[in-house]
Design a protein around this ligand. Structure first.
Ligand SMILES: [Mg+2]
Length: 181
């Protein structure tokens, strides 16, 4: 089986609703889609305090799923070996939260396939699905960019807007490969 590495935040775990709530808490309003396009919410004027909360214990524990992610990963797991690869090191409190979150939402993925790493260039799977172009740039396999507001201006990688596009991409990969001479 070919192997797929899946990033967590903004690929299967939705951090944006929490960020938007925090931004509103501090600034009395939510940023518009235009303001969010091409940048991180915490790089907006008034966004700095939002970032501090990423260090809080529990921040990553109750994040909602990205729509379709659970069903999507289950479907992919029938055809590929799935690994969750997340840069947890930057936020020491995130380790336990992320582990518990994965166990809760993806009980069908073995804990041996949870990879907490810093530099993702060490990952040698066949595919990496991530919302950060810098992770894809150092990846030796096929890098896939999962659309998020902050990466809307990236043009370097195959872009997948949502989980239905992810499934369609991999279905096409399998069809193309099985019909190749
Ligand atoms: Mg991410």
């Amino acid at each position: 089986m070919l192997r797929i590495a899946l990033d967590m935040d903004e690929v299967v775990a939705d951090v944006l609703p929490k960020f938007l709530d925090l931004f509103e808490q501090y600034n009395g309003k939510r940023p518009s889609p235009e303001e969010l396009a091409g940048r991180k919410i915490y790089d907006l004027p008034g966004g700095k305090q939002v970032r501090q909360h990423i260090y809080d214990k529990g921040f990553f524990l109750d994040l909602p799923l990205i729509p379709g992610a659970k069903e999507g990963v289950l479907e992919l797991s029938k055809h590929y070996e799935i690994f969750f690869v997340t840069a947890a090191q930057e936020f020491r409190n995130s380790f336990e939260d992320k582990y518990d979150w994965l166990i809760q939402h993806f009980p069908f993925i073995d804990w041996r396939h949870f990879v907490f790493c810093g530099d993702k260039s060490v990952i040698q799977t066949d595919y990496l699905l991530d919302d950060h172009a810098f992770n894809l740039r150092t990846f030796s396999g096929k890098g896939l960019l999962f659309t998020a507001y902050h990466n809307l201006n990236e043009t370097e990688f195959t872009r997948l807007d949502d989980w239905s596009e992810v499934l369609a991409f991999f279905e096409n990969e399998r069809t193309t490969k099985s019909t190749a001479p």
